[in-house]
Design a protein around this ligand. Structure first.
Ligand code: TRP
Length: 331
C-alpha cells in the first residue's frame, strides 16, 4: 500500500472544475492508499492574508472537501499548522537547500516578477516546506498537476540529497501518483476555456452557488444563432455546454441535444434550461452539505483534532529518527 500525501491550498470556494479535478482524484486515492490530506495554511501565509480570511478559508475548504466525500475514516485529514513536526523538518531541510536552485523555480520567479514588493523567504523556501509536508510521512506518492511538477522535482532532489548526505535510505523518494483515466477538463461558461476563478465572474459554477445563481450563470453563457449545416463542427463555446451536459446529465439527454445540433434544429434556450436543471440537481445537495458542515463547528473540530493526532503520531517518529540521523542528539 502506498503512502500518499497531498496539500490543499486554502483558497476559498471550490468550483465544478475543482470537483471533477482534485476532489475526484482525492476520493479515488483514499480508497486504496494510506492517505494524508492536509490544508496548507502555512504555505498560504506567503501572501499575507488577514487573520479572518486565513481562518475563514481554511474552514471553508475543509467543509467543502468533507461535503464532497473526503472521509476522515479512510484518510488522515489535518491542518498543516496542527503538526509542528513539519516545521522542524522544514528547518532541517532548509540547511541543505541552496539559494540558486530555489531562485530558479519557475513559480518563484513568476511571483518575484509579479509582486516585487513581497519576495519573502517563505516564498523562496516554499519547496522545502512542501518537501517536509511529504517526507514527514515518508510518502511514496504525491498527486501532482502540471503546475506542481517542478515542486515535486525539488522534493525529490532534497530527499535524495538528504539520503546521500547521511548515507541512508531512510526517506523514500516520492513519485508522482498516476491516475488511471485522464480527467475531464471542465470548461467555464464564458467561452474562454477552462473553468477558473480568475476568468471573471459568471465563468465558474461554485459548489456553494444556490439554484438561482446556477440558472442565471448558465442562461448567460455565450452561444450563437445556431448551426447552419448538418453535422457542423461545434465552436468551442458550444462544445463547452455539451461537455458540461456530459458530466451532469444522462446519456439520453446528451444524445437528444447532440442530434438536435447535428440536424440544425437545436434551441440553445432549451439546452441551457435542461443543463441548469441537471446542474442544480448535482450542485444543490453539495451546497446543502457544505452549509450544514460549516455550521457544525464541533464536528469540524473533531475531524481536525483526530487528524492531527494521527498525523503527529507518524510525524514525531520521523522527527525522532531524523534528529538521530543528523546528530541532533539528547544528552
Ligand atoms: N503547493 C500545493 C498547491 O499549490 C499545495 C501543497 C502544499 C502540496 N504542500 C504540498 C501538494 C505537498 C502536494 C504535496 O496546490
Amino acid at each position: 500500500m502506498d503512502t500518499v500525501v497531498s496539500g490543499i491550498r486554502p483558497t476559498g470556494n471550490l468550483h465544478l472544475g475543482n470537483y471533477f479535478g482534485a476532489i475526484k482524484n482525492f476520493l479515488s486515492m483514499q480508497e486504496e492508499n494510506n492517505c494524508y490530506f492536509f490544508i496548507a495554511d502555512y504555505h498560504s501565509l506567503t501572501t499575507h492574508p488577514t487573520p479572518e480570511d486565513l481562518h475563514g478559508n481554511v474552514k471553508q475548504v475543509l467543509a467543502e472537501y468533507l461535503a464532497a466525500g473526503l472521509d476522515p475514516e479512510k484518510a488522515t485529514i489535518y491542518i498543516q499548522s496542527d503538526v509542528p513536526e513539519v516545521t522542524e523538518l522544514y528547518l532541517l531541510l532548509n540547511m541543505n537547500a541552496y539559494l540558486g536552485e530555489l531562485q530558479r523555480v519557475t513559480s518563484f520567479k513568476e511571483k518575484a516578477r509579479s509582486q516585487p514588493s513581497n519576495v519573502n523567504a517563505g516564498l523562496l523556501t516554499y519547496p522545502t516546506l512542501m518537501a517536509s509536508d511529504v517526507i514527514i510521512h515518508k510518502a511514496s506518492k504525491v498527486p501532482v498537476g502540471k503546475d506542481q511538477e517542478q515542486n515535486l522535482e525539488m522534493i525529490r532532489t532534497f530527499t535524495r540529497r538528504f539520503n546521500r548526505m547521511y548515507n541512508t535510505d531512510y526517506f523514500p523518494i516520492p513519485e508522482p501518483y498516476n491516475f488511471g483515466e485522464p480527467l475531464v477538463k471542465i470548461p467555464g461558461l464564458d467561452g474562454s476555456g477552462k473553468m477558473g476563478k480568475s476568468e471573471g465572474t459568471g465563468n465558474a459554477l461554485y459548489l456553494t452557488d444556490d439554484p438561482k445563481t446556477v440558472k442565471k450563470k448558465i442562461m448567460k453563457a455565450v452561444t450563437d444563432s445556431g448551426p447552419t449545416e448538418i453535422n457542423q463542427e461545434k465552436p468551442d463555446y458550444i462544445q463547452n455546454l455539451f461537455t458540461l451536459l456530459g458530466v451532469v446529465s444522462d446519456n439520453e439527454t446528451c444524445n437528444y441535444f447532440e442530434e438536435q445540433y447535428n440536424n440544425c434544429r437545436i434551441r440553445y434556450g432549451d439546452l441551457k434550461k435542461k443543463l441548469a436543471e441537471d446542474m442544480i440537481a448535482f450542485i444543490d445537495p453539495l451546497r446543502e452539505k457544505i452549509e450544514a458542515l460549516t455550521k457544525d463547528e464541533q464536528y469540524l473540530s473533531k475531524v481536525v483534532r483526530q487528524g492531527a493526532e494521527r498525523a503527529r503520531e507518524n510525524a514525531s517518529k520521523t522527527i525522532k529518527d531524523t534528529r538521530e540521523i543528523i546528530g541532533v542528539r539528547k544528552f
